[in-house]
Design a protein around this ligand. Structure first.
Ligand SMILES: [Fe+2]
Length: 203
């Protein structure tokens, strides 16, 4: 497999996304994770045929994209995302988790672009995005892969029991492996990309 085996839209998006994540990273930990993610993505995995389609929450996508484009340095990634988006399969899971707001299942949507269940299924790199309608709390969750967020909107984030913080459009932060984390939207939609590195188990 070579980079040419990806669709032009997917490769252009991954290139633009990695550039945006790199430009907005705020810590050595995030930059190190992004280096591992970039190296992993140098080797494409076979693409999967997905069934493109949006979720009801995607009605907030256009305003979220327009708002994000006002932040410096995000436009190339957003343009590449717009070109890729018609081929994406949005999902909306229904977690049984009391920390989610009651409206959660009908008020959020997400896409795994690269990673388990994505258009390029693979285990080492997971890259995708979340969209929350206004007034939604995403449940507390944790996962073994380390994670870098690139935030494209207003909205609050939390790590462990720490106070909520608000990175704003273009803000970025790092989640160490297995840390508990959550997010919530206020009066505006929350829109964020995430990139995860899942360290392969030692042979
Ligand atoms: Fe996460």
């Amino acid at each position: 497999m070579t980079r040419q085996d990806r669709t032009p839209e997917l490769q252009a998006f991954l290139d633009a996304a990695l550039a945006a994540f790199d430009a907005h990273a705020t810590s050595d930990e995030a930059r190190a994770a992004l280096g591992r993610i970039r190296a992993g993505l140098d080797t494409p995995a076979p693409l999967r045929e997905v069934t493109p389609g949006r979720q009801p929450t995607c009605r907030w996508l256009e305003p979220a994209l327009d708002h994000a484009a006002e932040a410096p340095g995000l436009r190339p990634m957003l343009d590449a995302f717009r070109a890729l988006e018609p081929g994406l399969e949005w999902s909306c899971d229904k977690p049984d988790n009391p920390t989610a707001s009651e409206n959660f299942s009908e008020s959020h949507a997400e896409v795994m672009i690269v990673g388990p269940g994505g258009m390029e299924p693979r285990q080492d790199v997971w890259l995708g995005l979340s969209l929350l309608a206004p007034g939604v709390r995403y449940p507390d969750h944790s996962h073994r892969p380390e994670e870098v967020y690139l935030v494209l909107s207003e909205g609050d984030f939390r790590q462990g029991e720490d106070p909520w913080f608000t990175p704003g459009p273009g803000g970025s932060f790092y989640n160490r492996p297995s840390i508990l984390h959550a997010m919530r939207s206020g009066k505006d939609p929350l829109f964020a990309f995430w990139a995860l590195w899942n360290e392969p188990a030692a042979a």
